[in-house]
Design a protein around this ligand. Sequence first.
Ligand SMILES: Cc1ncc(COP(=O)(O)O)c(C=O)c1O
Length: 420
Amino acid sequence: MELTKLDQIRAAEERLLLSTYDRNPILFVGGEGVHIIDENGTKYLDLLSGIGVNALGYGHPVIEEAIAKQSRKLVHTSNLYYHEGQAELALRLTERTGLDRAFFCNSGTEAWECAMKLARAHAGLLREEGKQIGTKFLALDQSFHGRTFGAVSTTAKAKYREPFGPVVPGVEFVNFNDVTDLRAKFSTEVCAILLEAVQGEGGVRPLTQEFFAEARALADSTGALLIVDEIQAGMGRTGKWCAYQHYGIQPDVTTLAKPLAGGIPMGAVLCTEEVARSFHAGMHGTTFGGGPLACAVACAVIEAIEKGNLLARATEVGDYFQAQLRALATRHSAIVDVRGKGLMLAAELDSAKLAKLAVAEMLKRHILINCTSDTVLRFLPPYILERSHVDTAIAALDEVFTEYAAAQPAAQTIGGHIHG
Ligand SMILES: Cc1ncc(COP(=O)(O)O)c(C=O)c1O
């Protein structure tokens, strides 16, 4: 049976795979810069970059070269032996995150599991040392931390958690950016406060300085950990290596993944020396994590981001993109909010139906975006995006909203309302 055409592949997947994904009917076969290319050679402007993974775009020579070179040398060793890559990558990441030690794994959710285990182990250590500290986690409303059990247990959205109950006990959710609620729910029972500096899946929502600072202060008051999930916002997407760096607040633990190894699966946990003493040999591990291939590519990605001055570019092009979205919102009242940092951006719409339609209409115009939290159009483009690409996207969005408004019986197209 031939499996080269989209309809053949679709039919086979329907029969053979668990139905976990609602895929768009496009078969991608290649990519070049900010464009991904389908089986017919059609180029799509990718403003989603594989959900925040392809930060350097497609076919980046540095990634290709790193994969080719390392694959000829050594792909896997297991963690029973040394190879050249882990210390090198740990050095680069500790320098850039301001944390002291690293653990490498294969995905975001795995990094999150490790962070949660660190928190429980750290609290155990403090109890042995005579401190009063419990085992409870405080997570945030609208949070998303992944799909494994610890991660879904700390993920607010019921649809990700409830089908799998009972989930890990001892998790309480705090209203987003609500300092009073955070104070009310915090106690010596809490072993860690879990945050995303900018929530991704939850709708691209940045924490307020006040909330973040209060979380740090409360954690400090008992020895609980402040754990910041940078899986989506980190590695330069917001214009800094980690989004928490915009706030001048250091977490005790952070998690990275998505763009870390340029599309080769990899996650990382970074923590302070104090937290690191909670783990000793045998307490945690992975067969594949931190393998030579992923480490070599991650080092190359970091080098390419720095050589290409891509943090500054994410800031500059991101600011331009955000300004253009705000201008668009003044012309279309359906856009009720524009927010984000760097190249992690969102336009919130006043209707879920329109958001779904906008994604589909942009796809027809060969531009990839997605919709999260029902009404939020999310943009996570590669860091190599240029202003001209932004202009293309804005013109297409303008057309989509104009056509939609024209099709409404009592259309209103002026006076979009914007928050900071
Ligand atoms: C903030 C955040 N944490 C965790 C995850 C889970 O990462 P992964 O899908 O690599 O397991 C994601 C994925 O979207 C994420 O955005």
